[in-house]
Design a protein around this ligand. Structure first.
Ligand SMILES: [Zn+2]
Length: 435
């Protein structure tokens, strides 16, 4: 598909978060009047606009975004495909919400046509919001994974996805024997993992919906395919913790359930990690497993406040996830805005650089993909978002009063949504442009 020499040059204000502060703390790297030269899906060079204009081959298509911000593509590290249509459903807490909305929505995915139609809408919505990499939970149905992988490939997105695994404590129509689920997962890994920008995640919903046999089988499967991911939930709400204690009485904690069954490992991703002890955070960090901070969902379901500072101190890798449909927006800008408020409540207000890091490089580290995505640098995959800080009357008015790019970035994170996403490049191709 890609031509022998597919080049283009993007010009604007380059902004990215890099771990160059004291102790690896994120700081902003800004290039005023900068450029990104793209060739065959990769970034060939990053630098000043003048230098790149001189360097680019003659006839290279030029996209000059003026003073707009060019950022690395956003990474949504935890989002549920089948819950697209139940976003914003009134719920009480996690377990009630699952029964009332999530399980019925997943049952509707029995019909492959539903999975197909939702997949197209879902990925377009991610793109409209600047997300170029997503870690996606499907339904238990293998065709949900097939549909979302097929559609992601069509849009040039980087996708880590998997079908759910549940062999107890869910509606009968969603139940699978442990062996059946694992066999279907193996087939999906063989079909999709490593195809272009697609990678597979073995996806047990969470400890209470898996038997010991299923968790043990998952670890064996992850051993057989060591570069696939394991993706699940951990320590989201207090009632969930109580349930896990009942279901796994011989394990000392929720984390211990996963550790005991061999699921704490590099390339394991656990959404939420709200209710953890500091020693557990250190255990996770040492294992290489990563946490995904899902602020809109944690606030919406009243689950609790993710302690970013304690998690960083423990050395954990941390990504940011929308967790739609308990999360209330596909926008990573809005998600970052809520992450800021959660951190403010805990007295540890995140800096603009830390917020951008969570949305980009942090997610890439959580996925062990920071050598490919999350920064604007030569050799990286060409995923870029162009943000327009002046997209609405209010944000334009506010932007006029900003004294620095850092301030402009922060107000755009706080006030922004899909209207502020002017263009999105995934794998070097423009996949979305706001009219
Ligand atoms: Zn979730």
């Amino acid at each position: 598909m890609t031509s022998q020499c597919d080049t283009r040059l993007l010009l604007g204000t380059l902004v990215q978060a890099v771990p160059d502060g004291p102790g690896g703390k994120p700081v902003l790297a800004v290039t005023d009047r900068g450029g990104v030269l793209i060739r065959d899906g990769l970034i060939e060079a990053v630098g000043s606009a003048a230098t790149l204009r001189a360097h680019a081959p003659e006839g290279t298509p030029l996209h000059d975004y003026g003073s707009r911000l060019i950022l690395p593509g956003f990474i949504d590290a935890h989002v549920h495909l089948p819950q697209t249509d139940i976003i914003g459903s009134h719920g009480e807490g996690l377990l009630t919400w699952l029964e009332r909305y999530a399980f019925p929505a997943e049952c509707a995915f029995r019909d492959p046509a539903v999975a197909q139609e939702v997949s197209g809408f879902f990925l377009d919505e991610l793109l409209r919001n600047g997300t170029t990499t997503a870690v996606v939970l499907g339904s238990v149905h293998p065709h949900s994974a097939d549909a979302v992988f097929r559609e992601a490939a069509r849009r040039g997105l980087r996708l880590v996805a998997g079908k759910l695994l549940m062999d107890r404590n869910c509606p009968d129509v969603l139940l699978e024997e442990a062996e059946t689920g694992l066999e279907r997962t193996r087939e999906l890994i063989q079909r999709w993992h490593g195809v272009g920008r697609l990678q597979y995640a073995i996806t047990p919903r969470f400890a209470p919906t898996s038997t010991k046999a299923q968790l043990t089988g998952i670890a064996a499967l992850a051993d057989a395919f060591p570069d696939v991911y394991v993706h699940s939930h951990l320590a989201e709400s207090r009632t969930e913790l109580d349930w896990v204690r009942q279901v796994y009485p011989s394990q000392t904690s929720y984390l211990d359930v996963y550790q005991h069954h061999g699921l704490l490992r590099p390339r394991s991703l656990f959404a939420h990690c709200v209710h953890l002890q500091q020693g557990e955070r250190e255990t996770m960090a040492a294992s290489g497993a990563a946490a995904v901070f899902c602020p809109t969902s944690n606030l919406f379901l009243g689950s609790g406040l993710f302690d970013h500072a304690a998690s960083r101190t423990a050395g954990m890798r941390i990504g940011l996830g929308t967790d739609v449909g308990a999360g209330t927006s596909f926008s990573m800008l809005r998600t970052a805005s809520e992450a800021y408020k959660v951190s403010a409540l805990l007295g540890q207000a995140l800096s603009p650089a830390e917020l951008l890091y969570l949305m980009t490089r942090g997610g890439a580290e959580a996925l062990d993909l920071d050598d490919r995505i999350g920064t604007l640098a030569a050799g990286m995959e060409a995923d870029c978002v162009v943000l327009d800080p002046e997209a609405t009357p209010l944000s334009a008015r506010r932007a006029a009063r900003c004294d620095s790019v850092e301030e402009l970035l922060f107000t755009t994170l706080i006030l922004g949504d899909d209207r502020h996403v002017a263009a999105v490049y995934a794998g070097g191709r423009c996949q979305h442009e706001r009219a």
